[in-house]
Design a protein around this ligand. Sequence first.
Ligand code: 5GP
Ligand code: ZN
Length: 143
Amino acid sequence: MSSECIFCKIVKKEVPCYKIYETEKAIAFLDINPVAKAHTLVIPKKHIERIELCDDEILKELMMVVKKVGTVIAKTYHSDFNLVLNNGESAGQLIKHLHFHIIPRVKGDGITIDKQRTLEIDKKELEKIAKEMAEQIRRIFKE
Ligand code: 5GP
Ligand code: ZN
């Protein structure tokens, strides 16, 4: 854990998030400044800065969560998605805690992954989307 890291604070519940799903080692929540509706971040609960430093077991769990969230995005929102990892500063990593972006995509949405423009979205809407996605994971994966 890093006491300064915002994602560690989210893991420790010191900072709130719109949580979608969690496992023993991973957590998925909505990006607070989404580039698309249901833009989700999947992170390890342990503070790990980059993918090269990530234990294979944790990485496997992260990818299993990515698959679940991706399934919901495809089925519920009828969207494709980009899975983005900004690994290191030159690659655009601002938060130094490993995270995968899942960015829903539909034809003609105009989103460009390296020049991200964020959506105007309010807290109520984020809360509603997180609830809906959590519910869909339980329904689709019968959890
Ligand atoms: P990066 O450029 O490091 O790959 O992206 C960091 C992402 O974290 C950004 O998309 C940003 O909107 C998101 N983010 C930053 N602070 C917070 C926060 O406190 N809560 C949530 N949910 N997302 C955050
Ligand atoms: Zn951290």
